[in-house]
Design a protein around this ligand. Structure first.
Ligand code: URA
Length: 238
């Protein structure tokens, strides 16, 4: 489609896209980037008050090639659920099945996550489910630092648009991407944290539960804590 006359919003998007490319080129050449105003930095980092929807954001990501993960992916997995969700689950990145169908948590671990959500008395449609990186790391390896760095602005923008009351970080990789490398999931799961000023509960990843079913009890405790925070009725058994 020809560009024609752009709306102000389209023009801003285009300029910011050019700025982003310019900055990443600078970075790749070891050059310093221009100093940005707080507003421009907020726009690039997914800061406050961007008047766009999740659908616009998906469009912004486009056929993403911002990091090397695009080379092996089949489908970019943006995330799904309610744009008004009070609870957002954040996993690490799509696996094989997710990569095939373009939806998060649809494999075996995803089926377990769905059971957990339903045990809470919720549905997948009423929460929001997404990942730290939106493209499958080859052979399901952990996403690398530069891949997380490229993708994190989009997760921040998702959270900014949804404004949930609680984030549940699933597993070490997601928790460390949001809280820093020092975070220890075995020691610190179940303790309230904060990301972008949103209360965040880190718990074990459902894939870990498939390998260690005895950890389900701890995850259910963490989930009950989330339910209490959301003012939901807490059932005794999951
Ligand atoms: N594991 C994740 O972390 N995310 C998915 O979407 C699927 C499996």
């Amino acid at each position: 489609m020809g560009k024609g006359i752009l709306t102000v919003e389209e023009e801003v998007k285009e300029i910011m896209g050019q700025l982003k490319n310019h900055m990443s080129l600078n970075r790749s050449m070891g050059l310093e980037s221009p100093r940005l105003s707080p507003q421009a930095r907020a726009y690039l980092d997914g800061g406050p008050s961007q008047p766009i929807s999740l659908e616009d954001l998906r469009e912004d990501i486009g056929d993403c090639r911002r990091c090397k993960l695009y080379q092996d992916r089949t489908t970019l997995v943006f995330g799904e659920g309610s744009s008004k969700a009070r609870l957002v689950f954040v996993g690490e990145g799509p696996g094989r099945e997710e990569d095939q169908v373009g939806r998060p948590f649809v494999g075996e671990a995803g089926r377990l996550l769905t059971k957990i959500i339903e045990a809470m008395g919720l549905s997948r449609e009423s929460v929001y489910i997404c990942n730290v990186v939106k493209c499958r790391p080859p052979k399901n390896r952990d996403p690398e630092g530069d891949e997380i760095e490229s993708c994190l602005p989009f997760l921040k923008r998702q959270l900014n648009l949804i404004q949930p009351d609680v984030i549940c970080a699933l597993g070490r990789v997601a928790a460390q991407a949001l809280l820093g490398k020092e975070f220890r999931i075995t020691r610190e799961r179940g303790k309230w944290q904060s990301f972008m000023d949103i209360p965040m509960m880190p718990t074990f990843h459902p894939a870990y539960l498939l390998r260690n079913p005895s950890a389900k009890r701890e995850v259910w405790e963490d989930i009950q804590e989330i339910m209490r925070h959301l003012g939901m009725e807490v059932k005794r058994d999951g």
